[in-house]
Design a binder for this molecule. Structure first.
Ligand SMILES: Cc1ncc(COP(=O)(O)O)c(C=O)c1O
Length: 435
């Protein structure tokens, strides 16, 4: 229906998204109908762009670079962008294609924000580092020149050189959930690691090609960077786009979930002109042949436009000012290029007391997301450590029951973007009582 056509809601939504993502690279929007499909489209875009530029047409297999524990959806191509896990174990056609980096995590332990290397990873990532505040963890300018950044860069470069030069592997994109890995366990990735990974890949053009790197401002270098913002995007973690927290922008990004506020299905894959240009050609096969009957469904686009406008209002509204106050934020600093502070609807005092409970290993919170990792001798997906807390909270008291989710020993709740301060504080009380 949408091929060679346009309608007003699709155009209005595209303009609204491009304006508010504040990513100067982005100029094109492709619509589909769910996050998984949005990722499929994005991967097709990225792999085609890389194959054309680097002459990969005859390569046996083109993989992606990503992070361990990532999740990108349940269609086959989106699944193949993740390492083997519970989600794909029983899927016959699953064939994970890529390399997934381990990474240091940010967490609060006994009242202190720490960046911790993965178990046994001190050699590659350095020791655990304590921070005065979450803002300090996200101060990319200050941390860019730190020994941790140097350690990360060295590890990433050595790994890339081994994979490409020694093992002869071929890669077509960096695919990541920015800042927080959702289904993988609500893992808060050290933003410095993600930023260094992106910058190192962008600076490693010579690893992939002997020809000079392109110089146009919106052209990708090294590999196209694809952000799966399906979970983390559109104010879930506070800012409209999580890339503002990393201080670096993707070449392709995928948006769904909050895009329509859960009312109707729609996804948007946003790309730079340099990605779009690859699909211009004389033959039909040159085009991005990904079409669905409901591509850019007009009602979906109209709902998304209304939802995005509502989210933008909430982002700068009074209720969120009240959430930001205990984090020391008095106003939103969201002009392009300006530093955006980090904060959560969950208060610092609540996080502090949860993190000091003996049954709690660590806690993380950003924007509307709260995740509590409970101690368990056998942590991981099969753990039942978080089920008691979940069931205690689900029992209604004075008509107030709390719906939460569990990922192994990780308990998590997400407030809605419209949840009020009173309700969040009431949930905090119940969590403290129920632990
Ligand atoms: C990061 C991420 N990517 C992709 C998806 C898939 O989106 P959908 O469920 O709309 O297909 C999800 C869903 O949870 C997700 O969290």
């Amino acid at each position: 229906m949408f091929a060679s056509a346009i309608h007003e809601p699709a155009l209005a939504l595209a303009e609204l998204l491009l304006e508010n993502l504040q990513n100067p690279r982005m100029q094109r929007v492709f619509y589909s109908d769910n996050g998984s499909t949005g990722v499929e489209v994005a991967v097709k875009m990225a792999l085609t762009a890389t194959s054309v530029r680097y002459g990969y047409e005859d390569a046996q297999e083109v993989g992606v670079l990503g992070l361990k524990g990532s999740y990108h959806g349940d269609t086959i191509g989106a699944m193949d962008c993740s390492e083997p896990s519970t989600y794909n174990e029983r899927v016959h056609w699953y064939r994970g294609r890529g390399h997934w980096f381990d990474f240091p995590e940010v967490k609060m332990k006994e009242g202190v924000w720490v960046v911790e290397p993965p178990v046994g990873g001190e050699g590659e990532f350095g020791p655990a580092i304590k921070f005065e505040s979450l803002d300090e963890v996200f101060d990319m300018e200050a941390r860019d020149g730190s020994p941790a950044a140097e350690k990360y860069r060295k590890h990433i470069l050595e790994t890339l050189e081994r994979l490409v030069r020694v093992e002869g592997k071929t890669f077509g994109a960096l695919v990541m959930e920015p800042i927080m890995l959702g289904a993988g366990g609500m893992l808060l990735v050290d933003p410095l690691f993600q930023r260094t990974l992106i910058n190192t890949i962008r600076d490693s053009h010579s690893l992939f090609s002997d020809s000079p790197a392109p110089t146009a401002p919106d052209a990708w270098t090294g590999l196209p960077v694809l952000f799966d913002e399906v979970f983390t995007g559109l104010t879930r973690l506070g800012p409209f786009s999580p890339s503002t927290l990393l201080g670096t922008q993707p070449d392709i990004s995928v948006h769904a979930k909050l895009l329509t506020g859960g009312l109707v299905p729609l996804a948007a894959t946003v790309a730079s002109e340099s990605i779009y240009d690859v699909f211009l050609g004389d033959e039909k096969r040159d085009a991005l042949l990904h079409g669905h009957s409901y591509t850019a469904h007009a009602v979906g686009c109209a709902v998304a436009e209304a939802s995005v406008k509502e989210l933008l209002k909430i982002e700068g509204g009074k209720e969120w000012e009240a959430f930001k106050a205990p984090w020391g934020k008095t106003k939103v600093e969201s002009a392009p290029g300006e530093k955006v502070g980090v904060w959560s609807m969950w208060s610092p005092t609540f996080l502090d007391s949860v993190s000091r409970r003996v049954e709690v290993e660590s806690v993380v919170a950003l924007g509307s997301v709260l995740a509590i990792k409970l101690r368990d001798e056998n942590p991981g997906y099969t753990s039942t450590a978080a089920l008691g807390l979940q069931s205690a909270l689900s029992r209604a008291e004075d008509g107030f029951g709390i719906h939460s989710r569990v990922l192994g020993n990780v308990f998590y709740v997400m407030a809605s973007q419209t949840t009020t301060v009173d309700v969040v504080r009431r949930i905090e009380e119940r969590v403290i009582q129920s632990l």
